[in-house]
Design a protein around this ligand. Sequence first.
Ligand SMILES: Cc1cc2nc3c(=O)[nH]c(=O)nc-3n(C[C@H](O)[C@H](O)[C@H](O)COP(=O)(O)OP(=O)(O)OC[C@H]3O[C@@H](n4cnc5c(N)ncnc54)[C@H](O)[C@@H]3O)c2cc1C
Ligand code: FES
Ligand code: FES
Length: 481
Amino acid sequence: MNNLRNEIVFFINKEKVVVAGEDAFLPLSSFLRYRKNLTGTKVVCSEGDCGACTVILGWLDENRKIHYTMVDSCIQFVFQLDLCHVITVEGLNLNNELHPVQNSMIRHFGSQCGFCTPGIVMALTDLTLKQKSFNAPEIQEKLTGNLCRCTGYEPIVKASLALNDESMPDLLSSLDSAEIEKQLQQLADSNVIIEFTQNGEKKTAIKPANLADALTLKAKYPQVRLVAGATDFGVQTNKGRAKDKNVMFIAHLHEIGYLKKNAEQLEFGATANWSRIRDFCRSEIPQFSEILDIFAAEQIRNAATIGGNIANGSPIADSLPVLFALNASLKLLSESSERIVPINSFYRGYKQLDLQQNEIIGGVILPLPVKNSVLRLFKVSRRKDLDISTVTMAIYLEMDGNKIQSAAIAAGGVGPVVLRLHSVEKFLVDRTIEPSVFEEAARLAAEEISPISDVRGSKEYRTLLIQNLLQKFSLEREALV
Ligand SMILES: Cc1cc2nc3c(=O)[nH]c(=O)nc-3n(C[C@H](O)[C@H](O)[C@H](O)COP(=O)(O)OP(=O)(O)OC[C@H]3O[C@@H](n4cnc5c(N)ncnc54)[C@H](O)[C@@H]3O)c2cc1C
Ligand code: FES
Ligand code: FES
């Protein structure tokens, strides 16, 4: 095992911060506001839905270069920040001058009550770091994760468009990013273990230096809860539904952050985040990228991982239908072994996984659709952007001319786990894609699913959605021919 550190080291704007003890378990937004008095970062929802707490987070990539992306600080925890550089709204005006983004927001009346404004300013600043110019759709996409109840967004978009003509200060140089990178690189080879006792309870936060150490530590501390992007963990913790005392952070493990492709399959490391996977799939499985376009918002996609989505085990996880329909497999790693498990047999019941306590999900192998095939993916939610699905579906048909040779249909939100609709699949073989066939398929589907009623939709509504999606699929194909 690599050498050991028992404190977390990171930077906020230009300040080096060292944390040991219970502050390691604070959400970053609370640490900023209550420990550092950086109250420019606002907190509204505490669950990644509003963007008021947006900060820009720099983290070391596999080449140990700092890579900056925006995240929601209410669902990032201090134990995730070792060797990171956090830029807050206060960091934008170190010389007591407003940043051009802030000035433009003032000039174009982009702020009314102002509570959302720091988060919007941070998102737009991140946009100026990534692109020299941008149009209205790009701005709107960038702000998908930033809720503003007052302005109607029009003045914010105008303020953003006006930035196209402005020269931007070199923010990263003014924050000494290159020097920070050097200091962080020097610490990159150590394991971090923070242990302390709070109200008589022992708590542990672990950040392994590399994958081998992670697996050794998981074998040594099997009860430890893995945390990758914390976008599920953070919401569960902030809402009091999870009270983990022992955590191990893994999102920085580059050995399982890979994205690979060959002629037959794609491979995603478990810690690859959704922003990267969305870009990567655009040419190989564009249907998957289109679902990821409406998966949460950029702040979440920059943190959230594929491994976390799979391990969280939600029947409405957006990645699962395509993985089920294309028969993906999971690589499960432990200190002493590696095993491959088909995703179709990974879930044994609601949130019950075929995963041992000493194992972590290391990667996903996704076979590509074959040449003569049709793949359609659906996500139905109450609003298009930043919403959890009510129902999801993947339809994958291998064709022989215009006859269906084999079918794989996976549906989410209609049972305790994502379901393969086997009787529909069987029925479709040797038939053609036409409305009368899919009308019967829809009837069979209703018999195979067992949805529940909840806030997102009643049992009857979900059943009807599944039936309508099957029919929509065939009607749209017919319209194309
Ligand atoms: C505002 C918001 C919007 C969202 N929108 C969507 C959406 O549109 N679609 C959707 O599907 N989800 C959505 N989510 C849920 C969430 O973002 C995803 O499930 C995400 O992929 C989880 O990844 P993570 O890395 O953040 O997981 P974490 O929160 O870090 O972990 C989740 C669970 O997985 C376990 N885990 C993590 N990595 C591993 C691993 N490698 N091996 C074993 N166990 C592991 C953890 O122990 C934990 O139990 C949303 C969440 C938020 C907050
Ligand atoms: S406070 Fe709403 S996203 Fe963090
Ligand atoms: S200005 Fe009030 S919420 Fe945006």
